[in-house]
Design a protein around this ligand. Structure first.
Ligand SMILES: [Zn+2]
Ligand SMILES: [Zn+2]
Length: 389
């Protein structure tokens, strides 16, 4: 029988089918009903116990083989609200929806691993296969945790994986500690006093105040956060004014803050409130800021990071597993699971050329060539964490 990284030919063929089927039928946050059905059917076919409905469309498969430790493996299932521009035979059949982040591939790889593990049972203990909804924006991982994921399925460790087109295929990358940024959003209302554009002295100009606020916010990172610390404050929206000759009463600003440390996150939030209060006072205006904490950082625990590294090295060799990659300023809701359970999140290289389309690009397409390696990584991790003898 043909094998690649120990994954049998028929499992590789099934992974390819799942991947293309899910790619053609992308579903976004909490609407992954068809996807969840495909996943549940595949698990049940292998006599894996299936739980459905955590986080609306979440699926958890449980495979027990004797007494032993419990490991949880997590894949995300959701697509993005974007129009696919690539033309594959399995391109998206749903307008404005696309698997632009490769979660179709993540789901296929974890299903492939489940088939292999159910067939050969090379472990002693319990494996939970967690298929989560709504990783993009809506925090499906948080919802599963809030609805009792770990009370229902306690685990000694949990592991996640993401494909990275910018990293060559055949490589893995990981780091201990913070791996992805804390992501917060803010909305600021600058309320002045509307007036005639010819007589600004009769009002309070919310546009001028908003302009100085945007600049002042940029001094938080440059003047209040140390040079070797990390933070990004980005204003992404400015809304105000309707016509040529009226100074608007109000301007609304929105944007995001990303940090790599909970202490710095606190400091940036406090500094933003300071700046808003100070600018308001200086201009006799009113400035309200709403600061919303979003996804926390993914923080890999040391022992589980080592386990991930050693599983990956067993497959591709020591030199192809980078153990100190830079943290990403993007964010990932696997972080909510790591707040409850030790674990590690690994990046699997998916790049064939130096300029493969990046994640969230309309021409992006998950690289099928990594399906066997991804599945083999899960299998290797289970074998190591749940040894038979
Ligand atoms: Zn994404
Ligand atoms: Zn993703």
């Amino acid at each position: 029988m043909l094998q690649e990284f120990g994954i049998a030919d028929d499992i590789r063929a099934r992974m390819l089918n799942w991947r293309h089927d899910l790619h053609a039928n992308p579903e976004t946050a909490f609407e992954e009903h068809r996807t969840a059905q495909v996943v549940a059917d595949a698990l049940m076919e292998m006599q894996i116990a299936v739980d459905r409905g955590l986080g609306v469309t979440g699926v958890v498969g449980t495979l027990k083989n004797g007494e032993g430790p419990v490991i949880a493996l997590r894949a995300d299932m959701d697509a993005l609200d974007m129009q696919e521009l690539g033309a594959s035979p399995y391109q998206s059949t749903r307008k404005g929806k696309m698997h632009g982040c490769g979660h179709d591939g993540h789901t296929a790889m974890l299903l492939g691993a489940a088939v292999h593990l159910a067939r050969h049972r090379p472990f002693r203990g319990t494996v939970h296969f967690i298929f989560q909804p709504a990783e993009e924006n809506e925090g499906g991982g948080r919802k599963m945790v809030e609805e009792g994921l770990f009370e229902k399925f306690p685990a000694d460790a949990i592991f996640g994986m993401h494909n990275i087109p910018a990293m060559p295929r055949g490589k893995f990358g990981i780091r201990t500690g913070i791996a992805t940024a804390f992501l917060d959003t803010f909305e600021i209302h600058v309320v002045g006093k509307g007036c005639h554009a010819a007589a600004p002295e009769t009002g309070i100009d919310s546009i001028v105040i908003a302009a100085s606020l945007v600049n002042a916010l940029q001094t938080i990172v440059s003047r209040r956060i140390g040079a070797v610390e990390s933070a990004v404050v980005t204003v992404t929206q400015i809304h105000g004014g309707d016509t040529w000759n009226v100074v608007p009463e109000q301007v609304i600003l929105r944007g995001t803050v990303r940090t790599l440390d909970a202490g710095i996150q606190d400091r940036v939030e406090a500094a933003m409130k300071d700046v808003c209060a100070g600018i308001a006072q200086a201009h006799s205006a009113e400035i309200d800021i709403r600061y919303m904490r979003g996804y926390p950082g993914v923080i890999n625990t040391p022992a589980e990071t080592n386990a991930a590294v050693s599983a990956a090295r067993n497959l591709v060799g020591e030199e192809k597993v980078m153990t100190d990659i830079k943290p990403a300023m993007g964010s990932e809701d696997f972080a909510f699971m790591l707040q409850k359970c030790p674990g590690a999140y690994i990046c699997i290289g998916a790049g064939e050329t130096a300029n493969d389309p990046p994640l969230h690009n309309p021409y992006y397409d998950f690289n099928d060539a990594i399906l066997p390696l991804g599945a083999a990584y899960w299998v290797e991790l289970v074998k190591q964490q749940l040894p038979v003898a």
